[in-house]
Design a protein around this ligand. Structure first.
Ligand code: MF3
Ligand code: CO
Ligand code: CO
Length: 267
């Protein structure tokens, strides 16, 4: 293990005892996402889901990392259908067949737990089920590429290759990030790339992998609210996110679902 604590790319190397802090923060974020699953249904508002998240974080004695972050006012981002990421919760009603990503970041004892997953209101279409499945599996392929000595390009390539072989596209305008005692730290974790390129992974690195996948073209634009990112071609978009740590032999996923609900019940 590198005890110099930061690589020349600015990536922090954490100590073995730091994994426990990340595990605790990640578990709370994942637990909250589990609790939301039965609440997502046609007729629910995304604002009411966010109210639940805010109250639940407070009840746990934790802190929302997003409230007050660069002026953001909510405890989650909720991105429906063609919204790629950073959707703002509000009073719009979910309708049958909507697909949505809920992204929650909590701070517990100073450690950040950042995770998101897809939910479906009512009955999904065949194409939205496929999008959600491919996006989930793409995240897992990225995580499988994580081990000391591999590179960030290996992660990006694993994701890109899988998504494109399913004739979908990887969003390039947003990326994963280092985290730990900070929300967003080096490196930028790209969800596309080339094997062997990019910084080398070392035990003790903590970062997110959070691929966004579109059914259509990869281009996005940010709406006038300065947050909401949508697909330019209005195609459906999906995302899953885990916070992970590099171990001696692979990855520890800090944001595993306690109830095994990370993937939505599709029927
Ligand atoms: N949780 C998001 C991420 O995965 C960041 C949201 S920042 C916010 O990095 F301000 F939009 F909430
Ligand atoms: Co993130
Ligand atoms: Co997130």
């Amino acid at each position: 293990m590198n005890d110099g604590s930061v690589t020349r790319e600015g990536i922090r190397i954490h100590q073995p005892e730091d994994f426990a802090g990340m595990h605790k923060a990640g578990a709370l974020a994942a637990q909250i996402l589990d609790e939301l699953a039965p609440m997502v249904a046609p007729g629910t508002t995304t604002g009411s889901l966010d109210d639940y998240i805010r109250d639940r974080i407070e009840a746990a004695g934790a802190t929302s990392a997003t409230i007050g972050y660069r002026g953001y006012q909510h405890a989650s981002c909720i991105s429906v259908n063609h919204v790629v990421c950073h959707g703002i919760p509000g009073d719009k009603l979910l309708k049958d067949g909507d697909i949505l990503n809920i992204d929650v970041t909590v701070i517990v004892d100073g450690w950040f737990g950042d995770t998101s997953r897809m939910y479906i209101a009512g009955k999904p279409s065949v194409k939205s089920r496929r999008l959600v499945q491919v996006t989930h599996d793409a995240l897992m392929k990225g995580i499988e590429a994580v081990k000391p000595g591999a590179t960030f390009g290996d992660i990006g390539w694993a994701i890109q290759e899988y998504v494109e072989s399913n004739r979908m596209s990887v969003v390039r305008d947003f990326c994963g990030h280092g985290l730990g005692r900070v929300f967003h730290a080096p490196p930028n974790v790209l969800h596309f790339g080339r094997p062997g390129k990019g910084p080398v992974l070392e035990e003790g690195m903590f970062f997110t992998i959070e691929p966004m996948v579109n059914l259509g073209r990869p281009e996005t634009k940010v709406l006038a609210d300065d947050w909401t990112a949508v697909t330019r071609d209005k195609s459906l978009s999906a995302q899953f996110e885990h916070s992970i740590g590099v171990t001696a032999s692979g990855a520890e996923i800090f944001t595993l679902s306690p109830e095994g609900r990370f993937f939505p019940d599709l029927d």
